[in-house]
Design a protein around this ligand. Structure first.
Ligand SMILES: Nc1ncnc2c1ncn2[C@@H]1O[C@H](COP(=O)(O)OP(=O)(O)OP(=O)(O)O)[C@@H](O)[C@H]1O
Length: 747
């Protein structure tokens, strides 16, 4: 084949001012121009070509060389290819005008090169899902499409080999068909509307209301022993790419690269200090302004959630605690004291980790503030005390693991530092650290036993609800669907009013976890992606809204899956915006034994459908004025029981918003009432079942032993929990009714 030398390659690269990559190319076995032609766009980042301009130059160079095959069989200098290169690159070697014209001339067809692999100088999100690609029917050739077929032969550089799975690959020439269009990470076509461009304009700020970060842990000893390869590459401060090994039906192996951009991307060598400074530290500052903040870690079991968030000695909670106490020493905060609490959510139930795992109940008071009745809180005055109570609770968590839950990755742990006014005991700021259940647990299914499926269902539900709540928060949505899970219910005050949230997606870097890693990043990406919405300014290309509508279902089919309830009459289900649907973990018929896991939420076809219906009701994208409620303060003690009856003044203060119209209040109430009926119906159903079970047992024991007191005791206990649940929902509606009645009387 080629006789070209390394110096020819160097000369060629010099011609287009890419010679700085010569040594990188050599490292990957690219020693001549022919080898260069084997590079696909997925490989650019692997060989270290990241900047927009250079990627474009490289792309154009390869295209030009391909179209001038004779140039590759001899000295590049003096060939027509060189002339072509010079004329295309101009004297400066810049390709920008050329590429720009390609973009604008391909209206229906956006080549992979200029779209999916579009450079990210300003943070453009790029994701490549080449395995799922379909050529658009409208494509007829075009002036400068990417070659749809590129070959990787044994002669050429085999970058896949670097990922440690090419050894068994067939050694015959491997032909990797490249797509002529691309889909995003959810399998949805990426259009040329420029959505990414709009999003890319959103700059990350430490003070953003929502921050989504990713942290990669190092390969652990076992993984190293197994010679596992690190497939996650952090590029710069915000980008992470996953080089996912894939095998085609013909057993050809190839690498699919997925790139994600977040507010921060922490590499394996980042310390907890590094992470803290750019994630939780801004939240500490924020709670001293009266705000509520949440920092949570999301990721697969073993990816580093606990290490990051709740490591006993070095977790972010300790670092935050230190800063909280240092700040409290300042005279202007002399009126404040810090309190710590620690609880766990397992299967939709709350357990107090500072009080022998006592079962807790979340309630909403007359001001629609959620309080966890009976939660133990300890006043803490220094970080040592804080660590002590943490340690105490953490022990309860792990000892409880043998009983209630199999291991910590099946429960969400919430450690809170609350700032309270010393005299009035009002809450003046709250910071919650959450170590979520392993994200892969939500996918438990198949032959798992009922308990495991229930656990998976509950985890799935709460993780989806969490995402929905953050999205609602990001969009300044009027309705935050916090009632969809216990987790989001108890975090309600962190999703409304003056609140901030930081999510840290933790990932394992090894090949065998690539699927989970991608699922984690996609989940995080969904949370982050909508962030661009509120930042898109007036006058954006309307196409962008269209693209948005195609790719961002507000509530996907899958999402709806876990809130279905067969027993609710149709007319009660008709509200499209019913965000108060809620089924408790007690619900044995949750219909969600096998809920779709979070990672399966994106189904291109159905997503598209469900989204287009939401487009029409979506307001035009105009600059939003963020309505930030004044800092909430509450005279509530977490350990106090909630009185269902509130004074008129309490009630009037608790109106949802001073700007709420009559129609909004009505709509809001009707939604709540529907939810109430649903909840009571469900509890009644479970209650009847409980009674039937008991009486059937009694029947069986006629003539035999008497019904044991153990059975009766457990019956009574379960009944008690059901009554509590019923009471909760009745009180909630009753409080709301009282508020409305009182408001009318005052009006
Ligand atoms: N960034 C990191 N640097 C060094 N070691 C880490 C890092 N992240 C995690 N580890 C180590 O990896 C192991 C698993 O981490 P960790 O327990 O935090 O995972 P997890 O996501 O909380 O898992 P689970 O959901 O099962 O609780 C621990 O031994 C931890 O010390």
């Amino acid at each position: 084949m080629s006789t070209m030398s390394a110096s020819d390659l160097l000369n060629t690269l010099q011609t287009v001012e890419l010679d700085q990559y010569y040594s990188n190319f050599s490292c990957f076995g690219i020693n001549n121009v022919d080898s260069l032609l084997q590079l696909t766009m997925q490989d650019y980042a692997i060989v270290g070509v990241h900047s927009m301009e250079d990627r474009k130059k490289l792309f154009q160079l390869i295209q030009t060389l391909k179209s001038e095959p004779q140039s590759r069989s001899g000295d590049i200098r003096g060939t027509s290819a060189l002339q072509t290169l010079k004329s295309e690159f101009g004297s400066t070697g810049s390709l920008l005008p050329k590429v720009a014209s390609v973009q604008s001339s391909t209206v229906q067809y956006q080549p992979v090169s200029t779209r999916a692999e579009a450079p990210s100088e300003s943070g453009v999100r790029r994701r490549a899902s080449f395995g799922k690609l379909r050529p658009p029917s409208s494509f007829t050739g075009g002036s400068a499409p990417v070659s749809s077929t590129e070959s990787l032969t044994d002669d050429g550089p085999n970058l896949s080999g670097r990922f440690g799975y090419s050894d068994e690959a067939p050694r015959t020439p491997k032909v990797v068909k490249r797509p002529t269009n691309t889909l995003n990470a959810y399998g949805i076509p990426i259009n040329s509307g420029g959505l990414s461009t709009a999003r890319s304009s959103s700059l990350s700020s430490l003070n953003d209301r929502i921050r989504v970060c990713v942290r990669k842990r190092p390969l652990n000893k076992k993984e190293q022993k197994r010679n596992e390869i690190d497939i996650a590459a952090v590029n710069g401060r915000r980008t992470i790419s996953i080089n996912e090994p894939k095998v085609k039906v013909d057993l050809t192996k190839y690498v699919e690269q997925h790139e994600f951009i977040f507010d921060e991307a922490f590499d394996a060598d980042a310390t907890n200090d590094d992470v803290y400074k750019r994630t939780a530290f801004p939240l500490v500052e924020y709670i001293f302004t009266g705000g509520k903040a949440t920092c949570f870690a999301y990721g697969q079991t073993g990816s580093g959630k606990t290490f990051t968030m709740l490591d006993e000695k070095d977790g972010l909670y300790v670092k935050a605690g230190r800063d909280v106490f240092a700040t409290l020493k300042q005279p202007q905060y002399a009126h404040l004291a810090a309190w710590g609490s620690f609880y766990e959510i397992y299967q939709g139930h709350l357990y107090d980790l500072l009080n022998a795992r006592k079962r807790l109940y979340a309630r909403e008071d007359g001001k629609q503030q959620v309080c966890i009745a009976g939660l133990t809180e300890h006043e803490v005055s220094d970080v040592d005390q804080l660590m002590q109570i943490f340690e105490y609770g953490n022990n309860a968590r792990s000892t409880g693991a043998t009983g209630a839950n199999a291991d910590s990755s099946r429960s969400h742990a919430i450690f809170q530092i609350v700032l309270k006014h010393k005299n009035k005991k009002k809450i003046e700021g709250k910071l919650s650290f959450i170590d979520l259940a392993g994200s892969e647990r939500g996918a438990d299914r198949g032959d798992a036993d009922t308990k495991t499926r229930m656990e998976g269902s509950e985890i799935n539900k709460s993780l989806l609800a969490l995402k929905e709540c953050i999205r609602a928060l990001d969009q300044d949505s009027k309705h935050t669907p916090f009632r969809q899970s216990k987790l989001t219910q108890v975090l309600k005050d962190s999703f409304i009013g003056n609140s901030r949230t930081c999510m840290i997606a933790t990932i394992s870097p090894n090949i065998s976890n690539s699927e989970h890693t991608l699922n984690t990043l996609r989940y995080a990406d969904r949370v982050k992606e909508l962030k661009g919405d509120s930042q898109i300014s007036d006058g954006e290309d309307p196409q962008e809204e269209h693209v948005e509508s195609e790719t961002e279902p507000l509530l996907s089919d899958t999402d709806e899956g876990f809130i279905m309830d067969e027993e609710i009459p149709d007319q009660l289900m008709s509200d499209d915006h019913d965000d108060h649907l809620f089924d408790d973990a007690d619900d044995e018929s949750a219909g969600s034994d096998n809920p779709p896991p979070p990672q399966q939420e994106a189904k291109p076809e159905t997503t598209h459908k469900s989204k287009s219906s939401s487009v029409t009701s979506k307001p035009p994208l105009v600059p939003r004025t963020k309505h930030v409620a004044p800092p909430r303060s509450t005279s509530f003690k977490a350990s106090e029981e909630v009185s269902p009856v509130k004074s008129v003044s309490d009630v009037t203060q608790a109106e949802p918003t001073p700007l709420a119209s009559e129609a909004e209040i009505m709509e809001d109430f009707i939604r709540l009432h529907r939810q109430h009926i649903r909840e009571i119906t469900e509890v009644n159903r479970v209650e009847s079942k409980l009674l039937v079970n008991l009486t059937m047992r009694m029947g069986k024991q006629v003539g035999g032993e008497q019904l044991g007191s153990v059975s009766f005791d457990s019956y009574v206990k379960e009944l008690d929990a059901l009554m509590e649940r019923k009471l909760e929902t009745v009180l909630e509606v009753r409080n709301r009714v009282k508020q409305i009645v009182a408001g009318r009387q005052l009006g």
